[in-house]
Design a protein around this ligand. Structure first.
Ligand code: GLU
Length: 529
């Protein structure tokens, strides 16, 4: 498309401006990150109103790697001020999941720390003191409006097509009126007086930002009628007293930040630096659903997903790194993290790729002596559960399972696969009848002896390519049985099945000792004929 001269000039100037904004932002990030070395304190502040899901894990992870990259501390604070929405077990589980994921907090409800407690319900005094400080300096006031009045206001606004907001009526009560109502014990809340003239702030990700909150909202409640603080107050009080240097949180909070900054200003506190992380969405741009229970960390854990795979996939779809590559472990994430690369657009998560991520990290685990032992234990349990009584002790031995893991690494995406029916031949010795054997060939005894001789002559492990060739040669030594029938018999002796992996592959996976055992069995069966 041909552009006119003014259009071209406009395009050029826009490009220059965008580049300048980007450069300024990068410089701001560099400045902030280079000057705060050692003083970085970041926090993950979930509400225990539900279990940890992928979105939360991602926020926690970015905070963790930010802290570790700049030699700082990562704090877990549980924001449990909405007592009516607490979910039993969620608080414990959130901390368990962070530990499971390999991003444990340095300070937390469980671990403690010098600036705790880390549970908001245990810090009520601090919020009340601060609210009083705001009331004393006329930045907050008591509001005695009844729920009925507020409801009416809301209905009227909706009827006239307006966004409901509190009309700030109690701002205008005299000191004496307030005294009287308090003395009479009229239920009340405390509201923060929103001022006009919000100062812009530079967000690490979204750049310059500012929302004239007073123009769109009524004065927000900071202490509720039950004496508990609301999120906005508790959050800034804790960030201040816990000496949080950087607030890295989901972009849904960007719009609230101006309100928070007004509170910091009213209290005379220096605010932290803010960085809002773009949302995590499905590959098609739709919202990640929590309802099906499929994005809760516990369900991934239950399904045999490795923590490294989960961290890898959540950082891979988003931003904050110079390159996107699979197979990064936490130390790689820390060293390669570059906050100036966090983009403002949503991160699209392709969960269909999770098995691929898990396959790579499962291989890393198998190659690590210590972790492999954990896998062996896990698999032992899964095999026993899947195959109950038919299991022989030999196949539950650590050495046997370890061998199988090393042979299958790079091919399997999850341990569960090994406990599934397609691998049952590894754990369950087939129970054959002499009739089954005789139905395949009358030369079973001869073939079994050939295989046993072959195995006995091989010292050490078997290899698939070599074995495939040798089996062909071996099949030629039979008189009346075709190659296909020989293979059928071998498959039967090894697995009791008609189909499955190649005979050579099964023999390699089973190893010489187990193969020997299964062909001895075949020999016995064919001798009794
Ligand atoms: N409790 C808030 C949440 O669950 C914390 C938001 C923030 O990090 O400030 O999202």
């Amino acid at each position: 498309m041909l552009l006119t001269l003014p259009q071209r000039c406009f395009k050029f100037l826009t490009a220059v401006r965008n580049t300048r904004v980007k450069l300024q932002l990068n410089a701001a990030v560099r400045r902030c990150c280079s000057t705060v070395q050692g003083d970085v304190r970041v926090r993950f502040a979930p509400s225990p109103t539900g279990f940890l899901h992928l979105g939360g894990l991602r926020t926690a992870l970015y905070n963790y790697i930010f802290a570790k990259k700049y030699g700082g501390s990562f704090i877990l604070r549980l924001e449990d001020t909405d007592q009516s929405r607490l979910v039993a077990g969620a608080a414990e589980s959130i901390e368990d999941m962070l530990e499971w994921a390999g991003i444990p907090p340095d300070e937390s409800p469980r671990r403690g720390g010098s600036l705790g407690p880390y549970l908001q319900s245990q810090r009520l005094n601090l919020y009340n003191q601060t609210a009083q400080q705001l009331v004393d300096s006329n930045h907050a006031y008591h509001c005695f409006c009844s729920p009925q009045r507020l409801d009416l206001l809301k209905k009227e606004a909706l009827r006239s097509g307006q966004t409901p907001r509190y009309d700030n009526r109690c701002r205008h009560l005299t000191a004496q009126q307030v005294e009287e109502k308090l003395a009479q014990g009229v239920p009340h809340v405390i509201r923060f007086r929103l001022e006009e003239g919000v100062e812009p702030f530079q967000d690490l990700v979204f750049g310059w930002n500012h929302h004239e909150v007073a123009q769109v909202e009524g004065d927000p409640v900071v202490i509720k009628a039950d004496g508990f603080p609301t999120y906005h107050l508790a959050n800034i009080v804790d960030d201040h007293y816990m000496r949080i240097s950087h607030v890295l949180r989901g972009s849904e909070w960007l719009i609230s930040t101006s309100k928070h900054l007004l509170m910091y200003r009213a209290l005379g506190w220096k605010p932290p630096t803010f960085g809002h992380l773009p949302l995590l969405m499905n590959k098609d741009g739709s919202k990640l659903s929590k309802r099906q229970g499929d994005i809760f960390i516990q369900s991934f854990q239950r399904d045999g997903v490795l923590p490294e795979a989960l961290l890898d996939i959540t950082t891979n779809c988003g931003s904050g790194f110079n390159t996107n590559q699979m197979g990064r472990r936490i130390d790689d994430l820390i060293s390669e993290f570059n906050p100036s690369k966090i983009t403002t657009h949503s991160a699209l998560l392709d969960l269909e790729k999770l098995p691929e991520f898990n396959r790579i990290h499962l291989q890393h685990w198998i190659e690590d002596e210590e972790r492999c032992r954990l896998l062996v234990k896990d698999l032992q349990g899964q095999i026993q559960q899947a195959h109950t009584a038919e299991i022989q002790d030999e196949v539950l031995q650590e050495d046997y399972i370890r061998r199988v893991l090393h042979l299958r690494k790079g091919h399997i995406s999850s341990l569960k696969e090994l406990a599934s029916p397609s691998y049952s031949y590894l754990w369950v010795r087939p129970s054959l009848s002499s009739q089954q054997v005789a139905a395949v060939t009358a030369e079973a005894q001869h073939i079994a002896s050939l295989v046993l001789k072959y195995i006995a002559e091989r010292s050490g492990e078997l290899a698939v390519d070599r074995l495939s060739k040798d089996l062909k040669t071996l099949a030629k030594q039979t008189k009346a049985t075709k190659y296909r029938e020989v293979m059928k018999l071998l498959r039967l002796a090894l697995s009791g099945l008609q189909q499955g992996p190649s005979v050579a592959e099964m023999m390699v996976s089973l190893g010489p000792v187990e193969v020997n055992h299964r062909f001895q069995k075949l020999l016995q069966l064919s001798e009794t004929d």
